[in-house]
Design a protein around this ligand. Structure first.
Ligand code: NAD
Length: 517
C-alpha cells in the first residue's frame, strides 16, 4: 500500500500538512510553524516546525549516541545497502506524489521535478547502494622493509556528519549529503532550508520504515546562521558537507575551524559555455539554452557565460532568441511548461537587480529582462528568460552568480582568448565546449579550470563521475567511484607476525636487547 502524507512525515493542521523535525527516530514539533510557500501561486504547501539551537543539540546528541553504540556502523555494508534498497523502493512507489510535492515546493516544472527532483535521488541512491556493496572497506597493503609485518587499511566512518542543504535542488542534495554518509556507517544531522524541507523529512520516514536505527538520521529545519551555524560549530560534529553560496561557504569553513573538522563545500558557479567555430549550431543553440535555463537558472553549475566566436555571434544570437520565443513559461504543474517560477520575492528582486546592473554597465538587453504579466502570473515569483549581448567579463553580470534565468553573451576572436575569459573567474564548477572536432574540444576542456567539463552537452551530472568545484566553487566531490572516501577515514593497522623483539625498531630507544639466558 502506498503511504499517504498524513501517515508518514506530515500531520494535518489548519487544513495543510504540517511537518515536524525528525530527531532520534521521533517526530519533534516546535512552537514555530514556518509556512512552505509555492513559488508559482504563493499558496501554502505545508508548514514545518522550525528548530532552535536546542533541537540541534538534541539531534547531534542522538546521532552521537547511535554512532557510539555501534549498531549502525557495525552493521555489515551489504545490510546497510539492503536498507537503502528498501528506501529506493519506497521512493519509486511514491514517484508521482513526490514529483508534485517537489514541483510545488521549488517552483520547478513538473517534467524537471520528475527528472531531477525525484529521478536523480532515485538513480543516485542506486549508485550509492552499488558502491556500498563493492567498496574496499578493508584492504591489505605492502609494508615497507618489514617483511614480517602485515599491513592493512580500514576505511572507517567519521562520526556525526552534518549536511546543510540549499533550496534549489533540495531532494537530490539531501541524498548527496545523507546517503553516502549513512552507507559509510556514520550518523547524520541534516539541516534543510526552511523553504524546501519536504523530501528530507519524507526520507526520514522511509529510512525509519526501512530499518535504520533511531538517531542515525536526524533532520532539523531552520535559519541558516543560527541553526546551521550552531550545527557547523558543534564540537561533536566531525564532518560538515555544505551546499550553498560561496559567501556562506566561507563562513562555514571559518566556523568549522574552531573544532577542526572535515569540510566539504559545493558552492556557486559562473559556468563558461564555449562555442567553437566548428560547432553544430542546432545542437549548440539548444544546449546553450538548456545550460542557462534549467530550473530558471537556479542551478549552481549553470552555463551563464556564453562565449561565441565573433564570426558566429550574430547568427547564433538570432537563432537562440528564435528558440527562446518557443518556450513556455508558467504553471509548473502543466507538463507542457518549460520554465517555472523563481524561489521567492527576495530571489526575484535579486535577479531583477542584476538585470538593471547589466543595463547600467552598458550591456545590450537582447531578450526578456522583465516579469511576465497577464493571466497565470497574478501570483508567484517570475522572471522572463533574459539574454544580454555586448557583455564584457568585467561586468557584474559576467562575474557574479545571479542564480536566475539570465545569460551573458561574450565575444572572442581566438580560442586562446576564449580560454582566458573562461578561466577569469573566482569560480570553477562546470563548463562546456561545443565543437564537431572532439580532439579540439578535448584540448580546450583540458585547459578549463572546472570540476566538470561537458563536450557537446551541458548539466550532464552522471552518478559514475565525481561532481565538485575547482577554485572558490568548493572542496571535495560528490558522486563518482570514490564517493564513500569523502565520508570515511583511513585507519592503518599493522600486525607484527615475527614475535621477534630484535627485529623491531625498539633499538632506536632501547639499545641492544639484553642477551637472554
Ligand atoms: P545559502 O548559502 O544562502 O544557503 C544554503 C544553506 O546554508 C541553507 O540551508 C541555509 O539555511 C544555510 N546557511 C546559511 N547561512 C549559514 C551559516 N552561516 N552557517 C550554516 N548554514 C548556513 O545558499 P542558497 O541561496 O540556499 O542556495 C543557492 C546557492 O547554492 C547558490 O550560490 C548555488 O550556486 C549554490 N549551490 C551549489 C551547488 C553545488 O553543488 N555546487 C548546488 C546547489 C546550489
Amino acid at each position: 500500500m502506498t503511504a499517504t502524507l498524513a501517515e508518514t512525515a506530515a500531520v494535518a493542521r489548519d487544513g495543510v500538512p504540517h511537518y515536524r523535525m525528525f530527531i532520534d527516530g521521533a517526530w519533534v514539533d516546535s512552537t514555530t510553524a514556518i509556512p512552505v510557500v509555492d513559488p508559482a501561486t504563493e499558496s501554502i504547501v505545508c508548514t514545518v516546525a522550525g528548530a532552535d539551537t536546542e533541537h540541534v543539540d538534541a539531534a547531534v546528541a542522538a546521532a552521537k549516541r547511535t554512532f557510539d553504540a555501534g549498531t549502525w556502523r557495525n552493521t555489515p555494508p551489504v545490510e546497510r545497502a539492503a536498507v537503502l534498497d528498501r528506501v529506493i523502493g519506497a521512493v519509486a512507489a511514491r514517484m508521482d506524489e513526490l514529483t508534485v510535492l517537489s514541483s510545488r515546493e521549488t517552483g520547478m516544472p513538473v517534467r524537471l521535478a520528475a527528472g531531477i527532483g525525484v529521478g536523480f535521488p532515485l538513480v543516485h541512491m542506486q549508485h550509492y547502494a552499488e558502491l556500498t556493496r563493492t567498496y574496499e572497506w578493508e584492504r591489505s597493503a605492502p609494508v615497507s622493509g618489514q617483511v614480517l609485518h602485515a599491513g592493512y587499511i580500514r576505511r572507517e566512518p567519521v562520526g556525526v556528519c552534518a549536511g546543510i542543504v540549499p533550496w534549489n535542488f533540495p531532494a537530490v542534495i539531501a541524498v548527496w549529503k545523507a546517503i553516502p554518509a549513512l552507507m559509510a556507517g556514520n550518523s547524520v544531522v541534516l539541516k534543510t532550508d526552511e523553504k524546501t524541507p519536504i523530501f528530507a523529512l519524507e526520507l526520514a520516514a522511509m529510512l525509519r520504515d526501512a530499518g535504520l536505527p533511531d538517531g542515525a538520521y536526524n533532520v532539523v529545519v531552520g535559519d541558516g546562521p543560527v541553526v546551521g551555524g550552531h550545527l557547523v560549530a558543534h564540537p561533536d560534529v566531525r564532518l560538515v558537507s555544505f551546499t550553498g553560496s560561496t559567501a556562506t561557504g566561507r563562513q562555514v569553513m571559518a566556523n568549522a575551524a574552531g573544532t577542526i573538522k572535515r569540510v566539504l563545500l559545493e558552492l556557486g558557479g559562473k559556468g563558461p559555455n564555449i562555442v567553437l567555430d566548428d560547432a553544430d549550431l542546432d545542437a549548440a543553440v539548444d544546449g546553450s539554452i538548456y545550460a542557462f535555463l534549467l530550473h530558471a537558472g537556479q542551478a549552481c553549475e549553470s552555463g551563464t557565460r556564453l562565449l561565441l566566436p565573433t564570426s558566429l555571434h550574430d547568427e547564433f544570437v538570432a537563432r537562440l532568441i528564435a528558440r527562446l520565443e518557443t518556450l513556455k513559461i508558467g504553471n509548473p504543474l502543466d507538463p507542457a511548461t518549460d520554465i517555472g517560477a523563481v524561489m521567492n520575492r527576495t530571489q526575484q528582486e535579486r535577479i531583477l537587480g542584476y538585470i538593471e546592473s547589466g543595463k547600467a554597465e552598458g550591456a545590450t538587453l537582447a531578450f526578456g529582462g522583465g516579469t511576465p504579466s497577464g493571466a497565470g502570473f497574478e501570483q508567484g515569483f517570475w522572471v522572463e528568460p533574459t539574454v544580454f549581448t555586448g557583455v564584457t567579463n568585467e561586468m557584474r553580470i559576467a562575474r557574479e552568480e545571479i542564480f536566475g534565468p539570465v545569460l551573458s553573451v561574450l565575444k572572442y576572436d581566438t580560442v586562446e582568448e576564449a580560454i582566458a575569459i573562461a578561466n577569469d573567474t573566482e569560480y570553477g564548477l562546470a563548463a562546456a565546449v561545443w565543437s564537431r572536432d572532439n580532439q579540439r574540444a578535448l584540448e580546450v576542456a583540458a585547459r578549463i579550470e572546472a570540476g566538470s567539463v561537458w563536450i557537446n552537452d551541458y548539466h550532464n551530472i552522471d552518478q559514475y563521475l565525481p561532481f565538485g568545484g575547482y577554485k572558490q566553487s568548493g572542496t571535495g566531490r560528490e558522486l563518482g567511484p570514490d564517493a564513500l572516501d569523502e565520508f570515511t577515514q583511513a585507519k592503518s593497522v599493522t600486525v607484527d607476525l615475527s614475535g621477534d623483539v630484535s627485529r623491531r625498531a625498539y633499538g632506536l630507544v632501547l639499545g641492544t636487547p639484553p642477551a637472554t639466558a
